[in-house]
Design a protein around this ligand. Structure first.
Ligand SMILES: Cc1ncc(COP(=O)(O)O)c(C=O)c1O
Length: 425
């Protein structure tokens, strides 16, 4: 944490600029303020969990009604052609490509992030025969580590997970593939995609970026960074709904050589020829496996309309304004309550979330949820707050911190009800 950044946020706090009035002024100048109407959120809720499950875009229910009541109920199987169901994975992938700095033919929607990671890890190992290491970091989201370990066991290579600041030094000629999450799910810290990809390529390794906490939260430039592969969730900042399918990116230069291991019929060059031998489709389509989860795809497609005409630089600027404000308010209002900050103060290193630490984190999050401020908790002590710039305001941030202060001042978290752990935290 740089002392410069600490000084900046403390100066902001001391300058007495932090009032609800000031937040309302920031909202009045917000070029994205109107995007809030693109979402349906319940009254009385401040939703700071779009990094886990995005809020529902207002366009989704009508699209789902159309898909269910017309395309399925009336169109029946004809809808694969007549309602353009069949090309939906490519079509939705092309829309997501615009948000992550890829071209339309490099992204496809399929399966879950975990499954796409599996497919790409095996494909990457096949492109680097003889190399014995899958490199990762030890603070990665568990599914990334589990899948890498599973692929290592299956293929006979080793999975090595190092500390985040040791990744560059651990890259060597034995590494076939490096797998990293661009924005860390717990701390919200961002890796330098360009620098890491460059170093990996210098030693001949490939990189798979997990964009679960990047896509829709901040711009990223896969092609400008010469990225090889990426995966990411449809249900977080892309707002596709619970269990919406994930996306996969394969750079054009790798597509012809890519051999992913789940050779299902939708990845075949001619699925409806029903031949008995697998021939992969020529481009990104070879990442497909079986029939796509169409309802989740339609929901995701409708949800992506919330990004129509959104300038991603404005999205990033607003996201940093919200997270910087949250940090400054926590500094100003919550000192002495035992919170730590797990997210970088330096905005350049911050995704679109702020994580606090507290030994009573779980109960505090439950008490906040009971008051309509929804964040989440990640063991052992992280309170996670996601800031989706399309539907949150600076006044929301003020109100959320005011509620948190009240929960702490009154110790309203200290009840058996809030301390008993539920299955999903
Ligand atoms: C960084 C990261 N990767 C992967 C996943 C899991 O994705 P899926 O459930 O689509 O496999 C998550 C879920 O929270 C995540 O945060």
């Amino acid at each position: 944490m740089s002392s410069n950044h600490r000084t900046e946020s403390q100066a902001l706090a001391q300058a007495d600029l932090l009032s609800r009035e000031h937040c309302l002024q920031l909202d009045a100048q917000d070029p994205l303020a109107a995007c809030r109407e693109r979402f349906t959120l319940p009254a009385g809720v401040i939703y700071l969990d779009g990094n886990s499950l995005g809020a529902m875009p207002a366009a989704v229910p009508a699209r789902m009604r159309q898909a269910i009541e017309q395309e399925w109920a009336v169109g029946l199987i004809r809808s694969w052609n007549d309602a353009d169901w069949y090309p939906a994975p490519q079509r939705v992938g092309a829309r997501i490509a615009e948000l992550i700095g890829a071209s339309g033919s490099e992204v496809i929607v399929a399966d879950s992030t975990s499954v796409n990671l599996f497919k790409l890890l095996v494909a990457a190992l096949r492109m680097r025969p003889g190399r014995q290491t899958i490199l990762g970091e030890n603070g990665n989201f568990p599914t990334d580590a589990y899948v890498a370990a599973g692929v290592a066991e299956l293929t006979g290579v080793q999975h090595r997970a190092v500390a985040p600041d040791e990744v560059l030094a651990a890259l060597n000629e034995d590494v076939a593939v490096l797998t990293l999450t661009h924005v860390n799910y717990k701390s919200g810290q961002v890796y330098d995609m360009a620098a890491i990809t460059r170093r990996a390529h210098e030693v001949g390794a490939l990189v798979i970026w997990d964009l679960a906490h990047t896509a829709g939260a901040m711009p990223c430039e896969l092609n400008a960074c010469e990225a090889d592969f990426a995966v990411g969730c449809g249900y977080k900042y892309l707002n596709g709904g619970p269990g919406a399918p994930s996306f996969a990116f394969v750079a054009t230069r790798h597509q012809a050589a890519l051999r992913q291991p789940i050779t299902g019929w939708h990845g075949h060059a001619t699925p409806f020829a029903f031949g008995q031998t697998y021939t992969p489709a020529p481009g990104i389509d070879r990442m497909l496996v079986g029939t796509a989860p169409q309802m989740g795809l339609f929901s995701l497609e409708a949800a992506l309309s919330a990004f129509d005409d959104v300038d991603l630089q404005q999205l990033r600027a607003k996201s940093l304004s919200l997270t910087s404000l949250f940090i400054a308010l926590v500094d100003q209002q919550l000192s002495g309550h035992g919170f730590g900050l797990a997210t970088p103060r330096n905005p350049a290193l911050r995704g679109s979330q702020v994580s606090l630490t507290h030994e009573q984190g779980y109960a505090i999050v439950q008490a906040l949820i009971a008051r309509g401020v929804i964040g989440d908790f990640r063991a052992p002590d992280i309170l996670r707050f996601g800031f989706a710039a399309l539907y949150l305001s600076h006044a929301d941030v003020w109100d959320a911190v005011t509620t948190l202060k009240d929960v702490m001042d009154r110790r309203s978290w200290a009840t058996p009800e809030f301390m008993a752990r539920k299955a999903v935290t």
